[in-house]
Design a protein around this ligand. Structure first.
Ligand SMILES: [Zn+2]
Length: 201
């Protein structure tokens, strides 16, 4: 089996549709091929993250951007369905996430909630509330826009809340800085700071 043959089988396996000799061949390939093994682990994590998420709608503009050049899709698809139905795109997303330091974003179009971070599988989203549960560690930065952030666990980077609130429980531990940005002007300063940091680093 080569890598090109292994990829669709990885998706079938993660969907629970792979049995018998194909499953055995895939397993043998994963043992022999570190690249596919890494991809398999990342897709497994993506699946786990997708399963743990409430249905989040993809904004139409974003959808249009991603879907240009791809077959048309129904508008009402949720983000999670969409990733499941487009495994090739989810692979591209995973590769892109790895390339750009696993930085991922999620949008909830209805509530305009936006959550950004490297480690979003550690985060629970309930309505417009983003929870870092006790005993969980979010590696890297966490950005929440137009939502309530409840931190009961650990964040190893900076926490930024834009147009929202932040509540730190006694069990919370944040290694970086907590920044609250409330107004449009504050947001511009925040963006400027981000750009300056990017240039500086
Ligand atoms: Zn391979």
């Amino acid at each position: 089996m080569n890598c090109k043959e292994a990829l669709p089988l990885i998706h079938e396996y993660l969907d629970g549709d792979l049995h018998g000799s194909e499953a055995k061949e895939l397993k043998e390939h994963l043992i022999a091929c570190p690249a596919c093994r890494t991809l398999f682990k990342q897709l497994e994590q993506t699946e786990a993250m997708v399963r743990s998420l409430p249905p989040v709608r993809v904004p139409d503009t974003l959808t249009a951007q991603i879907m240009s050049g791809l077959p048309p899709m129904k508008k009402s698809r949720t983000w999670t369905d969409w990733i499941r139905k487009h495994p090739a795109v989810s692979v591209a997303v995973v590769f892109a996430a790895v390339m750009f330091g696993s930085y991922m974003s999620m949008w909830n179009d209805d509530k305009n909630l936006m959550v950004k971070g490297n480690d979003l599988q550690e985060v629970i989203i309930q309505g417009d509330t983003v929870i870092v549960p006790q005993g969980h560690t979010v590696n890297g930065d966490l950005v929440v826009q137009r939502g309530k952030l409840e931190v009961e666990g650990d964040v190893t980077g900076n926490v930024t809340v834009i147009d929202g609130s932040v509540n730190l429980a006694s069990t919370a531990h944040i290694s970086g800085q907590v920044t609250k940005v409330d107004e449009a002007i504050g947001w511009i300063w925040y963006k400027l700071g981000e750009i300056v940091n990017m240039i500086g680093s």
